[in-house]
Design a protein around this ligand. Structure first.
Ligand SMILES: *[C@@H]1O[C@H](CO)[C@@H](O)[C@H](O)[C@H]1NC(C)=O
Ligand SMILES: *[C@@H]1O[C@H](CO)[C@@H](O)[C@H](O)[C@H]1NC(C)=O
Ligand SMILES: *[C@@H]1O[C@H](CO)[C@@H](O)[C@H](O)[C@H]1NC(C)=O
Ligand SMILES: *[C@@H]1O[C@H](CO)[C@@H](O)[C@H](O)[C@H]1NC(C)=O
Ligand SMILES: *[C@@H]1O[C@H](CO)[C@@H](O)[C@H](O)[C@H]1NC(C)=O
Ligand SMILES: *[C@@H]1O[C@H](CO)[C@@H](O)[C@H](O)[C@H]1NC(C)=O
Ligand SMILES: *[C@@H]1O[C@H](CO)[C@@H](O)[C@H](O)[C@H]1NC(C)=O
Length: 733
């Protein structure tokens, strides 16, 4: 029977300023016990009965302090979070069955430029509810076998769950959290969880728009799917709560997890202390697809997080939509600006313009004034004018300058940028816009040509079918993975810039980040799962990756926001497509054993691995010499080779499984190789029959290049009629 999948959405209350978060941590008394996570690997049974060693260690803790326990993990994996002294933590780490003990980390949500969005929401009424923004639909029902629950609170009762939202849990602040606590409710006050949930599985709603912009029909990636919400973020997202949500979600029976949050890439936690990697491992072991945001720390290399090989890691791209807020000059010429604002200014150029330089305060530095840095502007000169601020060689974003201009009595702000870019920010009611290098000459000439320059800033209009699109967003975190250069990360890219979805403080809200791209892929995974309910998590990942596109809507290669041709470090296999993944032809299945081999390579021994995985066969042993070549040979839908060049050839193998309708089918290989590299496939044709659904092949990479100057990229594609199964590869120096 066809069963629509159930999602896990990790959702949030609010993360205000980081400063606030830091200060609240800093005020914790120093010698009070801190919360530690004690991770003990897998479970013997999924009914909640504790493993003997788990029971033993937990009792050790409770004997000393019966109130120490914060969370007990017992359905999906073993362990607990508890308040411990440093000495206690150290001694627990030595106990049999304990894999790792570490301080409870604070993770953050993966929306970016969120201050802009918070600003924009300060003037709208709070009147919506989680359930009305994703209304229930009559063609879906609560599935049999669903073990989830609908937790209630003062502002959230059982009728807030329905046939769409079939589960809701929350994880209050560690200090108890009563009903009056903002954390003590499954209700989403911040909007991040509502937005991501409706992107993944919202019903079709026509007439959606963000205050009139980006109007159209809103619909989630898998409208027939049900949602289960796990609210793990309050003031920051504690690792112990995230693990509790994974543990509950595994026991509730979700099919897909959509996780739009993560840690910092600098320094990235190792796998023993990475809560998302730990929770995801146990979920994937049970056949659940885990999809995570790659992070918003781009465009610097090696910033991707959530990069364990069992996770589907998602980067962000733009869509074919632009938001223009143009500047009209006194001579009636129009300068293109990019911004989202609801400028209340008149459409006639009746407002005086002044440059930051001309509005310099006596005591201020000339460069600072040109850039409209804090307290560099003279109020008398700025009052009632639109200020032109320079962003050349300046890292401060537009919104930080709005404050300076607004404080000085300015009416509006035109920011002259020295970077091309496609990420458009939201300045709400303040008339602010960004002029890119290719558009700024008319403006600069006009200012120079008159002693009394005038102008206005028009409110934003939506431009659709914008070209080129998609582009990889500047903030999207990049590969290579810092875990291993032998697994390519991120895996895939999806829309994550100015996404309109359900809101909490208004019916729709617009948000940006890999947080937004992640649920697009979760929705797609939901559609694949409902069409192919028996497919493994890795088959679903493979289908999404091998059908991705590297071509934009101008039939050129997908570029980055900065105009460079994108590589798999930017977008993995490419941008998602929506119909091809439903019928991928062939899939690469990655097994739990593959993942355990990865753990061997990372430094776990066979004994520890048998604690982590209770499904591993007794015969499993780490390879005697676990080398990076073993990792390149994991049956992953992409290929990554490290230390390539000047040493002859490298040989990797893969196995593909025919999942197409045709049992008798032949695929031929097409290779796009970087210059100077020879890529040989053995065999060059794959013949599938009724009896042989699986075929293996080898890829031999060789090169004459004595030394590789930079990492090289290419693609291997297996083709047959309507099917095209494409894998990216990377060869690193
Ligand atoms: C849970 O399962 C284990 C092993 O399958 C069994 O020994 C135990 O009695 C069960 N416990 C409960 C509470 O059902
Ligand atoms: C739940 O709350 C709503 C108002 O928010 C109310 O109309 C409804 O009757 C309540 N349902 C239950 C079961 O208490
Ligand atoms: C729900 O719980 C029951 C009893 O513990 C278990 O047999 C079943 O597999 C669970 N369902 C899911 C979907 O995990
Ligand atoms: C504007 O005027 C300044 C100073 O007079 C000059 O340096 C600059 O080149 C002029 N810019 C343009 C675009 O005409
Ligand atoms: C495996 O690793 C653990 C943790 O590092 C260590 O305590 C244990 O002695 C090791 N076991 C073997 C058989 O090497
Ligand atoms: C590639 O490696 C595999 C396993 O190490 C080996 O069996 C095979 O012969 C190699 N192929 C070539 C063409 O070297
Ligand atoms: C290596 O060099 C030889 C001779 O110049 C050439 O024929 C061959 O194609 C080169 N191989 C690669 C992989 O570039």
């Amino acid at each position: 029977m066809k069963r629509n999948p159930i999602f896990l959405i990790l959702t949030f209350y609010s993360l205000f300023l980081l400063g606030e978060l830091k200060s609240s941590l800093a005020t914790q008394p120093k010698n009070e016990n801190q919360v530690y996570i004690v991770y003990m690997g897998g479970v013997d049974s999924t009914n909640g009965s504790l493993r003997k060693d788990h029971d033993h260690v937990l009792n050790m803790v409770l004997r000393r302090n019966e109130k120490a326990l914060v969370h007990n993990y017992k359905y999906g994996f073993s362990g607990f979070a508890a308040r411990l002294s440093k000495n206690e933590a150290n001694s627990i780490a030595q106990q049999p069955g304990v894999v790792s003990v570490f301080l409870d980390p604070i993770l953050k949500l993966h929306t970016t430029r969120s201050w802009d969005f918070l600003n924009s929401q300060t003037y709208v009424e709070i009147d919506n509810t989680l359930s009305s923004s994703t209304p229930s639909s009559s063609d879906i029902c609560i599935p049999t076998g669903w073990n989830g629950t609908c937790m209630t609170s003062k502002d959230f009762n059982s009728s807030n769950c329905n046939r769409k939202i079939i589960g809701a849990r929350y994880y209050p602040n560690l200090d108890g959290g009563d009903d009056n606590d903002v954390a003590g409710t499954p209700r989403d006050m911040h909007g991040h969880g509502t937005h991501t949930a409706s992107t993944a599985a919202g019903n079709v709603v026509s007439g959606a728009s963000y205050f009139g912009l980006a109007a159209g029909t809103a619909k989630g990636g898998s409208p027939g799917s049900r949602l289960s919400i796990y609210k793990v973020c309050n003031f920051g997202c504690s690792g112990s709560a995230i693990l509790a949500a994974f543990d509950d979600a595994i026991s509730d029976g979700v099919d897909i997890l959509s996780v739009s949050l993560g840690g910092s890439p600098d320094p990235q936690p190792d796998l023993k202390t990475d809560v998302i990697a730990i929770g995801a491992f146990h979920a994937v072991e049970r056949g659940i697809v885990v999809i995570c945001s790659a992070g918003n720390s781009g465009p610097e290399q090696s910033t991707v997080v959530n990069d364990a090989p069992w996770i589907l890691t998602v980067a962000a791209t733009t869509i074919d939509r632009d938001f223009q807020s143009n500047v009209v000059l006194g001579n009636n010429k129009v300068v293109k600006g990019q911004a989202i604002n609801f400028s209340p200014l008149s459409k006639s150029p009746n407002y005086p313009l002044i440059t930051g330089e001309s509005a310099k305060k006596k005591t201020a530095d000339l460069t600072e004034a040109r850039q409209c840095s804090p307290s560099s502007l003279d109020k008398k000169k700025v009052k009632g004018k639109i200020v032109i601020c320079d962003a050349i060689n300046d890292i401060y974003p537009t919104f930080s300058k709005i404050e300076t201009v607004q404080k000085a009595g300015g009416l509006g702000l035109v920011h002259i940028s020295d970077q091309d870019g496609a990420v458009v920010n939201n300045y709400a009611k303040f008339p602010a816009t960004v002029v890119r290098p290719k558009d700024n000459s008319i403006l600069i000439q006009y200012i120079n040509s008159t002693s009394n320059p005038m102008g206005t800033i028009l409110p934003t209009v939506t431009i659709i079918k914008y070209k080129p699109a998609p582009m990889v967003a500047i903030f999207s975190s990049r590969g290579p993975s810092s875990l291993s250069k032998n697994i390519l990360k991120p895996d895939i890219a999806a829309p994550g810039v100015n996404i309109v979805a359900a809101g909490t403080s208004s019916p729709y809200s617009m948000k940006t980040g890999t947080s937004m791209s992640c649920p697009h892929v979760s929705g797609l995974a939901g559609s694949i799962k409902s069409r192919n309910p028996t497919w493994s998590a890795s088959a679903i990942r493979s289908a999404i990756m091998t059908s991705a596109t590297q071509i934009n809507n101008m039939k050129g290669p997908i570029a980055t926001d900065l105009g460079l041709i994108a590589t798999p470090y930017d977008y993995g296999a490419g941008g998602i497509t929506t119909t091809e993944p439903l019928q991928p032809g062939l899939v690469y299945e990655t097994s739990t054993i593959d993942y355990l081999n990865f753990l061997c390579y990372i430094g776990y021994n066979t004994t520890t691995i048998k604690v982590i995985s209770k499904t591993v066969p007794d015969s499993f042993n780490c390879p005697k010499d676990s080398t990076r070549d073993h990792i390149s040979n994991i049956n992953y839908p992409s290929i990554a080779i490290s230390n390539f060049g000047g040493k002859g050839s490298v040989n990797v193998s893969r196995i593909v499984t025919n999942v197409g309708e045709e049992e008798e089918i032949v695929y031929s290989a097409v290779v796009n190789a970087p210059s100077g590299v020879k890529v040989q496939l053995i065999p060059e044709k794959l013949q599938f029959t009724k009896r042989s659904k699986k075929q293996s092949y080898q890829v031999i990479f060789s090169s004459n290049l004595t030394s590789l100057k930079e990492d090289l990229f290419g693609f291997i594609t297996w083709r047959s009629g309507k099917y095209s199964v494409r894998s990216p590869f990377v060869l690193t120096v």
